[in-house]
Design a protein around this ligand. Structure first.
Ligand code: GLV
Ligand code: MN
Ligand code: MN
Length: 399
């Protein structure tokens, strides 16, 4: 089945009528459906399917073994996300295997399609849980205890999905099988819009972190409380959001975003007793994200003090800069006939794996330049070029 047909098969799964786009979160109903769909497709393609101790799904062409060429991506989305971020890499991996089978290619090295259990952190806050657990980049106790917005822990959600969370944790045996990893992904910026190339390789990922800012004050009546008597945590929260933009604008190529804010109790006529918000901060260069967050934290603290509120800041995740393997990138570029190489501000499981095995990215042009939103897009012809390019790359690497 071609990659566009595969994408069409899952176009109805996890649609979010309220937010628009898709909400597909690890171990929720849409995720079950997508995982089942993937397993069926992989079996139909003649692959042997196995789920590892961290819930990542492996589909092997030939016997599992060391030095494997592995390709894949994730099936989960951000809340109200686009159709392509993640699933395009999974569908393209399956399609690329079919292209190679169709031309009678016989891999000289084991080849696998890998679906990471979780990439966006959309439900439990920490991104790339599948690859972080696999590589030991997150402590399994910490992962098991992560809670979603309803208070459900990752461990509880995993049990409900039929996994044993006691087995979560570093998986050196699976990791040792990966000779190299290539992730195809929809481009998440405007990098290919002005070019005549539908695809690109990835050169690097900028460092990024997520931080929870918890402001606490005094819950009270919106009408009966004089302004001078208030300790309203929404004020320092607002000041912090403005400071995030100001501090990022003062640092070359820095990005700072507050995309989620939760007041407690959250009533129109209630002064909040506390406000939690999450800062997503990204700056290339080791230590520079920390410097940006320090700057924002200083402004937030000053605003909290001025309102008689308290502030705690918790780092929820951090990933340092990634530079993708030069040799792998060179081999990819050679078979693709010379394509642009793009740096990105978006995080990927390939970035987590890059600390352990040669890893690379292949991007498919996105004519809207929009991602993590319903307007994310890729033209069907470009999608076909992506799968064909991935097939050439796999042929080169596994031949
Ligand atoms: C994932 O796509 C991220 O960059 O947050
Ligand atoms: Mn994403
Ligand atoms: Mn992604």
């Amino acid at each position: 089945m071609g990659v566009n047909q595969l994408m069409a098969e899952i176009a109805g799964v996890g649609k979010d009528a309220k937010r628009g786009g898709y909400s597909r979160h690890v171990y929720d109903y849409a995720d079950f459906e997508l995982r089942d769909w993937f397993i069926d497709q992989a079996l139909d393609t003649g692959l042997d399917v196995h789920t590892d101790r961290n819930g990542n799904i492996w589909a092997w062409w030939g016997s599992p073994g060391a030095g494997a060429v592995v390709t894949g991506s994730h099936l989960d989305s951000v809340p109200g996300g686009g159709a392509y971020d993640g699933p395009l890499g999974v569908a393209s991996a399956l399609a690329a295997v079919e292209i190679l089978q169709g031309k009678g290619f016989e891999p000289a090295r084991p080849l696998a399609v890998l679906v990471f259990a979780e990439e966006e952190g959309g439900r439990f806050g920490v991104p790339c849980l599948g690859s972080r657990l696999l590589t030991g980049a997150i402590d399994p106790d910490r992962a098991r205890a992560l809670r979603d917005a309803d208070g459900v822990t990752l461990a509880e959600a995993a049990v409900k999905a039929g996994h044993d969370p006691k087995r979560f944790g570093a998986d050196p045996e699976s990791l040792a099988r990966i000779g190299c990893f290539v992730e195809l992904h929809v481009e998440q910026g405007r990098g290919l819009i002005e070019t005549d190339s539908p695809i690109a390789t990835g050169s690097s990922i900028i460092a990024h972190g997520r931080y929870r800012f918890s402001f606490s004050g005094q819950g009270n009546h919106a009408g009966a409380t004089r302004l001078t008597d208030r300790h309203d945590p929404m004020l320092p929260a607002a000041a912090m959001i403005a400071a995030a933009r100001r501090s990022a604008a003062a640092m070359p190529d820095a990005r700072a975003t507050v995309g989620r804010l939760v007041p407690t109790p959250g009533g129109t006529n209630v002064i909040a007793s506390s406000v939690d918000l999450w800062l997503d901060a990204r700056v290339a260069g080791t230590g520079r994200t920390a410097a940006l967050v320090e700057d924002i934290t200083a402004a937030a603290l000053a605003a909290a003090e001025a309102e008689g509120c308290a502030l705690t800041v918790t780092e929820e995740s951090y990933s340092d800069d990634v530079v993708f393997d030069e040799t792998l990138r060179g081999r990819m570029d050679k078979v693709l006939g010379g394509v642009p190489a793009l740096p990105t501000g978006a995080g990927h499981d390939a970035g987590i794996l890059a600390a352990h095995v040669p890893s690379g990215m292949l991007y498919v042009r996105n004519p809207t330049g929009i991602s993590h939103a319903p307007d994310e897009f890729a033209e069907p012809a470009d999608i076909d070029s992506g799968a064909a390019g991935l097939a050439r790359v796999l042929e080169e690497l596994a031949g």
